[in-house]
Design a protein around this ligand. Sequence first.
Ligand code: ADP
Length: 557
Amino acid sequence: MTLEQSPLMGQMMHQPLMISSIIQFAARHYGSGEIVSRRIEPDLHDALYRSTYRDCERRARTLALALAAQGVAMGQRVGTLAWNGYRHLELYYGVSGSGAVLHTINPRLHPEQIAWIVNHAEDQLLFFDITFLPLVEAIAPACPTVRGFVLMSDRAHMPASTAIPGLLCYEDLLDAVDQAAADAWTWPVFDENAAASLCYTSGTTGNPKGVLYSHRSTVLHAYAAALPNVLNVSAADTVLPVVPMFHVNAWGLPYSVLLCGAKMVLPGARLDGKSLYDLFEGEGVTFSAGVPTVWLGLVNYALQNNLQFSTFRRTVIGGSACPPAMMDTLIDRFNVQVIHGWGMTEMSPLGTTGGLLARHRDLPVHEQRAILQKQGHAIFGVDMKIVDDEGAELPWDGRSAGHLLVKGPWILASYFRGEGGDPLQGGWFPTGDVATIDPDGFMQITDRSKDVIKSGGEWIGSIDLENIAMAHPAVLQAACIAVKHPKWDERPLLVVVRKPGADLSRETLLGWFDGKVARFWMPDDVVFVDALPIGGTGKIQKNRLREQYREHQVAAE
Ligand code: ADP
């Protein structure tokens, strides 16, 4: 066949991939599917709001009309500062479905950074949960693009007085829409490549950068995320996303759960161990997803109170490396299957998930765990490779560590408004992670390139050292960072939080590493602290630790 010949075209319907099709499908085919949401208003925080996908679709379409009444046009950004709750879910569908762009903002960022992001995105409206009223009052004067601030509650919860001029009420906006008009309204269909949502990277160095997802990228990611090899969501599941809807679309769960027709449980503002445990048990949660720091709270609560989970059977842990000790506890003590996930804001976020192949089934448990511990296999839709400093591809031998590059239809091509120029290298997106890939295609992150410890010209992986430290029974959390060394350039320093009441000395912990790592990987020193600095996405802020311990002296052998 020559290129001049035109191919025979398929004769199937052409339907653009629209986010609104997910909520329409859920409402029509799983209409009575449940959404249970913990209330956020302080006087109602023990109350649960129960609704269905049918209700959610109706309220989301009403919201779409309310947005139009506020003058929000196609492509304009609508900001949210909100927990995982039913109104946030309505915004997910109402904003994107109407053709506007849902801009989820991480409320854990510094207020100045939040104002910077709102301005950069040129948000037209800003919706927020009542928790964030003081924050929004503080930043409102610095957000000139915002034409209306909307409190996500009802009239009864509106503040008697506020510094925010013309503060709007969410339920009032919905009530003002003519319900007959809303019922007659149909979701618009437009180019599937149109922008649907916007999320800024955490910006540990420099200003945050915006990642602008499209309808197409979001729907493809939602399909892929639901696959058995990935999150394995089904209509028989009850799913509680602990991962916040204010960051990277809660790993796509607000889309994947609905297209599977599973029951959705939204935890609101209360993410402590007890509140989560009660909700897991009360609602029969079978599946959840979150970062290791959140699981730490839940697992410790259950351990301390000698509890079991009656329905919880599967979880995805990602965002930073899942410590092996946490994986072992979840599997062995609680009978919860752990799926290790890796990705990033620029990847919508899912790139790989862990699991076993059929032929791994009869392996001894410790060998299976070593496989599950890896960040896992590429998801169909994501391609990856590892390269050396010169860009030459490295072998998939499970040992050669190199810069990890990815490509695929839900991976960023350029940042919002072209910030940072062209990020791609020959069509691949450089993740900033260092990884190995084994002959079976399992990828393992050894480090973030900026966290790697370079000692005497060799790389020392900080994640491995942290995992070993965290396997010690007296260690709650550990971070390993590079400190300057006169002879070796950099050496590893362990910063450790002991478990409450545990007794552990520097010497005992260093002795724990004997025989577990090569001699030159041995940490040079340990400092014990009460807590580690945690950033807006629940990750340990190693840049702050590096800053703090910059002058730390280790013996110069
Ligand atoms: P997100 O905002 O989704 O947490 P970021 O873009 O802030 O993502 O951070 C992505 C980075 O987090 C990755 O490049 C990687 O360094 C780290 N990361 C994510 N998941 C894992 C994991 N399972 N193991 C190790 N590192 C991870």
